[in-house]
Unconditional design. Sequence first.
Length: 105
Amino acid sequence: MSFLDVVERVAALLERAGIPYMLTGSFAGVYYGSPRSTQDIDIVIAPTPAQLREFLATVPRAEYYVMDKDALEALRRESMFNIVDMKTSWKIDLIICKSRAFSRE
């Protein structure tokens, strides 16, 4: 399974919960430019508390490792949490979009 397959699977879960997102980090560089990678996938997300809870409720726990407590704390702090794809061992960093105007733009 390629990183693109992993991104598409996570993107589908985010879309199902109605959470805006943006691919960032080294994989955005691969997608838009020259190949270079780390061992994680970075996605900036802008969920409401209800959307994040819905996302967490729909994540298949047999396929992904995620800590709900960490996700909710990341939302509160405008930081990040991660999920791990159990099939591929890829770590996906979900970065909460900051509320400042620059980040929202």
